[in-house]
Design a binder for this molecule. Structure first.
Ligand code: AMP
Length: 172
């Protein structure tokens, strides 16, 4: 984990003044580190009956797809508005820097399906909470939220409404 942590690049004032952006591209660019990251995100959910892994656009896709493959599960994209071609459901949410919305295909999950959500960073928790609401609206049993980095000082986990958070690295 120290190796992964040392590869995270802090970019001050991106995308706005006052935000310290956690750039994970150096982790993704290192084959061994990338494999360790994917293993760490998937590990607690082996043998947990996860049938699909939902990834949040865009960095979440990079992590959720290999996690899904490791778990023998399918992958569902959770996307920014207007990107998905079929019928969608939508949730608006507040971001650490602005507001946004997420959409998911209406037929992405079936009633009672156990879903794991994966993203790179949880900050204020608004994005994660919107993804959980979307999946629950479709009848999913959201088994967990697996994330590389938790900015714990922003207390995003409190918005997860009972969904357990698994974070590989926490900044207090
Ligand atoms: P939030 O809704 O505030 O929890 O923001 C989480 C989403 O925004 C994630 O999809 C992250 O990719 C991105 N994000 C928010 N803050 C940061 C940050 N400081 N560094 C990198 N990504 C961030």
């Amino acid at each position: 984990m120290e190796h992964l942590s040392s590869l995270i690049r802090d970019v001050p004032d991106f995308p706005e003044p006052g935000i310290v952006f956690k750039d994970i591209t150096p982790v993704l660019a290192d084959g061994g580190a990338f494999a360790d990251l994917v293993d760490g995100l998937a590990e607690p959910y082996r043998d947990q009956g996860i049938s699909k892994v939902a990834g949040i656009e865009a960095r979440g896709f990079t992590l959720a797809t290999p996690v899904a493959e490791r778990l023998g599960a399918g992958f569902i994209p959770v996307r920014k508005p207007g990107k998905l071609p079929y019928e969608t459901v939508r949730e608006d949410y507040e971001l650490e820097y602005g507001t946004d919305a997420l959409e998911i295909h209406r037929d992405a999950v079936t009633e009672g399906e156990r879903i794991l959500v994966v993203d790179d960073v949880i900050a204020t928790g608004g994005t994660a909470a919107a993804a959980v609401r979307l999946l629950r609206e479709l009848g999913a049993d959201v088994a967990g939220f697996s994330v590389f980095i938790e900015l714990a000082f922003l207390n995003g986990a409190r918005l997860l409404d009972g969904v357990p958070l698994h974070a590989l690295i926490r900044y207090d």
